[in-house]
Design a protein around this ligand. Structure first.
Ligand code: CP
Length: 331
């Protein structure tokens, strides 16, 4: 592979997006996980930077709050030497009533290569593709999709368990309001993992069994899983007056994931931010079997892989893409 190929200029015809995890087939998911793995060597170095996206621009627009996704996309772009611009709704002209369309068109006037967007409305990332010539990455749209969260979760599970095929994952809690759950149900199925959803019937979408998952309202059923994936109780998405659970205290008593409800060999995950003492006990979140901070670290290399893949992959003139990515990481 030659570096000229990697740095070749983008063409609008090559524009691709990551809006939903279903945009990737199994081979695409595995390609990104392998690329992310190759970037581990970059983040472990003293000088944590490669010139892969030098001269490229990554714009992040967050209309909804974020700690992990926003920071890791920004750091991922910087580790790849891209120029970055980060705009948050608070403090931008969105405060003055500027629309999504005008915000995207305004920032796209600077000619970014990638636009990363988070928005409270379902479909906002898809809509963004109409108003920019950049590649678009969905960093979470309402309760629809969060594809890079799914990728980093798959990366973490593969590392912890050693495989994805046939792994049993129990997803516990507020599935109804969770874009993470929607992406993970699709993504886990795509790689051959088995999913059990556990929670109060009011927080499990009706008819979800048709997607191939199993459903239980008995928290004891999580004990058969290799991985217990705890979801945040999304109080901000629960309409006022709708009684999804009687009280958070009662939810914690019936469905909270605690040390006595898992075995010491089970892997425990949570996308964050956590409500400690509600969906997960504080001591379990900090236990050796918890991979919650490892998920955060995986978010960095996975998002490096996504940015690299969108911008550079069409131009990598080699049949051995993994070797090409490894060579980029070795620079
Ligand atoms: N998991 C996740 O999306 O976290 P943030 O909201 O902090 O980005």
């Amino acid at each position: 592979m030659t570096s000229e190929v990697v740095y070749a200029p983008a063409e609008p015809a090559a524009r691709r997006h990551l809006i939903a995890i279903s945009d990737l087939d199994r081979a695409g998911i595995e390609r990104l996980l392998t690329t992310a793995q190759s970037f581990e060597s970059v983040v472990e170095r003293e000088v944590k930077k490669v010139p892969t996206l030098r001269g490229r621009t990554v714009v992040s627009i967050f209309f909804e709050s974020s700690t992990r996704t926003a920071s890791s996309f920004e750091l991922a772009a910087k580790r790849l030497s891209a120029d970055t611009m980060s705009v948050k709704a608070v403090g931008s002209s969105v405060d003055k009533g500027e629309s999504l369309k005008d915000t995207i068109q305004t920032l796209s006037a600077y000619g970014p290569d990638v636009v990363v967007i988070r928005h409270a409305n379902i479909g906002a990332a898809q809509l963004t593709t109409r108003y920019t010539t950049a590649h678009v990455v969905n960093a979470g749209d309402g309760k629809h999709q969060h594809p890079t969260q799914c990728l980093l979760d798959l990366y973490t599970i593969r590392e912890a368990v050693g495989r994805l095929d046939g792994v049993n994952v129990a997803i516990v809690g507020d599935v109804l309001h969770s874009r993470v759950a929607r992406s993970n149900i699709q993504g886990f199925a795509a790689v051959g993992a088995n999913v059990l959803l556990v929670g109060p019937p009011t927080l499990i979408p009706r008819g979800i069994e048709k997607t191939g998952v199993r459903v239980s309202s008995d928290i004891r059923d999580i004990r058969d899983a290799d991985v217990v994936y705890v979801l945040r109780m999304q109080r901000e998405r629960m309409a006022e007056g709708a009684n999804f659970v009687p009280t958070l205290r009662e939810y914690a008593q019936r469905w909270g994931v605690t040390r006595d409800r898992v075995t010491p060999t089970q892997i425990v995950m949570h996308p964050g931010p956590m409500n400690r003492g509600v969906e997960i006990s504080a001591d379990l979140a900090d236990a050796a079997q918890s991979r919650i901070l490892r998920q955060v670290q995986a978010g960095l290399v996975v998002r490096m892989a996504v940015l690299y893949d969108l911008v550079s992959r069409p131009y990598v003139d080699t049949p051995d893409y993994a070797a090409a990515a490894a060579e980029v990481a070795a620079r």
